[in-house]
Design a protein around this ligand. Structure first.
Ligand code: NAD
Length: 497
């Protein structure tokens, strides 16, 4: 937030690769959050009153500014998260695609829609419209510090809302850059998107600030805490949390394509992807061949800070011990390490780890690992694969590799996951028209697509009486005979079928 008020508390961001100081940012508290909310509310009044086509044009100007500043934005993301520059640039590209879709489709998705009437309401014209909620609080994570929160921010703005954004304390500069670019591209509505910076306490202040909905992305543990705060004021809450995504590989699958996708889905961004590949269930006939292909690809990949690195360091220093603990625990419970193992950890880097025969109750199979580790277990058949994939307290994404899209879609339909890709991984995340979100510990509600626009609106239903009702029932003057005739008619009608 551009604010000249002197503050005492600040926090430091550091390079995940070197630990060197990047910048100092203010710890925004309840007062700064309240100011941000007022600023966003003021701008939102005019924004909501604009015709949807004008909002679209403003948002497309912002998109253009993001595209023009792609290198700067990608550099900031790479600096704060440690991810390779190319990955950061790809994150910006994906974000642009989503922003374009939200801006261009909001009018069509949210405009007034007529609905049919009933037996006693033929004299009414009925319609509904989706109205903006007001100002949305968005709390974001650090792993995709632009793409992930923009799944809420871009869609909320396109639906006519203002936003107060609290990025992760690891990636505040990315958040500030995003709102700064908005202010520069759309100066008429400066403040409509305002970023506040700080740790958990700032997020807590935002949840208590009186925003009209809170869109949270992060871990399920934090989601529970924030939701409890929102419950105090009945503030609507949307939760995008972690995953333990499974991939099913059938006997007739293209194993080279499956291995290639599994390695990328498990290791890119150092495995720090909510819908990354963490578990693979391969039917026994091709299990060994798949493992061989995965190891062959994964052993060529190195983490690091240089341009030859496949992925970067663990962004959150504390995550290294969690990953190490899960790998050590799995191996001591009987898992076989096909590549790497407990020794793969050289903080802040973790080299690729491929495990097999991992007991299904090991933490590596039940908890989100959020590291470059993949477990490939053999199963008797597709039924067992589906059962195991579904036996998780997470339900975010999944993938199926098999011959033929139709056969894959039939397996996908049996998976309890918010999104499934057949013969690719994470395919759904790149299609802006597809809603994204999970159930169970993966959260609830949807971002992206038409559902993602509607998530930031409330529905107003309306009837307009066109002529006097043929059978008037909503009056104390209705003769008893008229009421009885209406009841007879309804009974006759509804008894038929
Ligand atoms: P986190 O839960 O530690 O923090 C998320 C955000 O919540 C941060 O901005 C943090 O400052 C804030 N926060 C922490 N405590 C708070 C409190 N008490 N009140 C209000 N705000 C609070 O998560 P993280 O480590 O930043 O992100 C990693 C997690 O996010 C993983 O579990 C990952 O799977 C998940 N994630 C999910 C999606 C998705 O769309 N489903 C996308 C990306 C990441």
């Amino acid at each position: 937030m551009t604010d000249t008020t002197p503050r005492t508390a600040t926090f430091t961001t550091r390079s995940p690769a070197t630990g060197e100081r990047i910048a100092e940012h203010p710890v925004d508290g309840p007062e700064e959050v309240a100011r941000a909310l007022t600023r966003a509310r003021t701008a939102q009044t005019g924004w909501a009153a604009l015709p949807a086509s004008r909002r679209r044009d403003h948002l497309l100007r912002w998109k253009k500014a993001l595209a023009t500043g792609l290198d700067t934005v990608a550099r900031t993301i790479a600096e704060e998260t440690g991810k390779p520059a190319g990955d950061a640039a790809l994150e910006v590209v994906l974000t642009l695609e989503h922003l374009a879709w939200a801006a261009r489709n909001a009018e069509r998705v949210l405009r007034r829609r007529k609905v049919g009437t009933g037996l006693f309401t033929v004299h009414q014209r009925a319609s509904l419209v989706h109205r903006p909620l007001g100002v949305i609080g968005v709390i974001g994570p650090w792993n995709y510090p632009l793409y992930t929160p923009m799944g809420s921010i871009g869609y909320a703005l396109a639906a006519g809302n203002g936003v107060v954004f609290k990025p992760s304390e690891l990636t505040p500069a990315t958040g500030l850059l995003l709102s700064g670019l908005f202010d520069a591209a759309v100066p008429e509505y400066a403040g409509l998107l305002t970023t506040v910076t700080g740790p958990a306490s700032t997020g807590d202040a935002l949840a208590r600030s009186g925003v009209d909905k809170l869109a949270f992305t992060g871990s399920p543990g934090t989601a529970r805490k924030v939701m409890a705060v929102c419950a105090g004021t009945l503030t609507p809450f949307l939760a995008e949390c972690g995953g333990k995504d499974a991939v099913i590989v059938t006997a007739d699958a293209d194993l080279d394509a499956a291995a290639d996708a599994i390695v990328w889905g498990a290791l890119s961004n150092a495995g720090q992807t909510c819908a990354g590949v963490e578990r693979v269930y391969a039917v026994r006939a091709i299990h060994a061949a798949l493992c061989e292909r995965v190891v062959e690809r994964a052993e060529k990949l190195r983490p690091g800070a240089g341009t030859d690195a496949a992925y970067g360091p663990m962004t959150l220093p504390g995550q290294v011990a969690i990953v190490e603990g899960q790998v050590t625990g799995a191996v001591s419970a009987g898992a076989r390490a096909l590549l790497g193992g407990p020794g793969s950890v050289r903080a802040p880097y973790v080299a690729p780890v491929v495990l097999t025969e991992v007991p299904e109750d090991a933490a590596a199979m039940t908890e989100e690992t959020f590291g470059p580790v993949v477990a490939i277990n053999a199963v008797a058949d597709v039924d067992e694969a589906v059962e195991r994939a579904n036996a998780s307290r997470y339900a975010l994404g999944a993938a199926v590799f098999c011959r033929g899209g139709r056969a894959g879609a039939a397996i996908a339909a049996r998976l309890r996951a918010g999104a499934v890709s057949v013969n690719s991984v994470l395919g759904f995340a790149a299609v802006p028209a597809l809603p994204f979100g999970g159930s169970r510990d993966s959260g609830f509600g949807r971002i992206h697509g038409a559902e993602g626009l509607r998530a930031f609106t409330s529905v107003q239903s309306m009837t307009v009486q066109r002529f006097a009702p043929p059978i008037a029932l909503t009056s104390f003057d209705v003769p008893a005979a008229t009421r009885e005739r209406a009841i007879r008619m309804a009974r006759a009608l509804h008894r038929r079928r």
